[in-house]
Design a protein around this ligand. Structure first.
Ligand code: HEM
Length: 163
């Protein structure tokens, strides 16, 4: 039956949207934890390996999720009849842009940190710019993390927000 198929398609889309959100949040938190722990005091070889994996995880998991999230989200809203001008959706999309504005520099910072660690000879200390970059990397993670938590709440509660 047509209506039954439409419901199944909607649920499949919603499942993809939710799985993608867990990938986005989980990979972000996991790589941040791993990177922060090793960059506090880890040996150079460990930093090199973790930096490489953090960059790879961002390409493999976070980047696809960053694209899938708004595409499936807007699609869900259209099928379900939630106007894209509803307060909760406008706020979620605005926050998503803010989160993205924190994440894009983080990607470049991670690549720079990987390069610096790879180029530093064994037994030598990492240059001061590495520490500066790692501080920025850490600082930018917080607003991104908080923004995603608020988006999760907006998605689940769908509050009436008058803008
Ligand atoms: C950026 C644009 C986004 C749009 C337009 C959007 C849109 C939507 C819509 C319309 C729903 C309702 C589905 C339903 O209740 O049947 C939904 C659900 C959901 N969204 Fe998003 N979303 C976006 C981003 C995100 C992000 C960034 C996350 C988290 C990282 C997220 C997590 C969720 C979750 C967990 C649900 C399920 C809520 C529930 O079933 O109660 N969404 N989204």
């Amino acid at each position: 039956m047509f209506w039954r198929r439409a419901v199944d398609d909607y649920l499949l889309l919603k499942l993809i949207h939710i799985l993608s959100s867990t990938l986005l949040f989980g990979t972000g938190l996991g790589t941040a934890f791993h990177g922060w722990m090793v960059n506090r005091s880890g040996p150079l070889a460990a930093r090199r390996a973790v930096n490489r994996n953090v960059v790879l995880a961002d390409w493999l998991f976070t980047t696809p999720a960053v694209i899938v999230q708004p595409v499936t989200g807007v699609w869900l809203a259209r099928i379900a009849g939630f106007p894209l001008t509803s307060g909760w959706l406008v706020l979620a999309m605005a926050l998503y842009v803010v989160v993205g504005a924190c994440w894009v520099p983080v990607v470049f910072i991670q690549i720079a940190m990987r390069r610096i660690a790879d180029e530093t000879p064994d037994g030598e200390a990492l240059p001061a710019c590495y520490l500066r970059l790692s501080r920025w990397w850490f600082a930018l993670g917080w607003p991104a993390f908080a923004g995603v938590i608020v988006i999760f709440w907006l998605m689940v509660a769908k509050p009436e927000i008058v803008l």
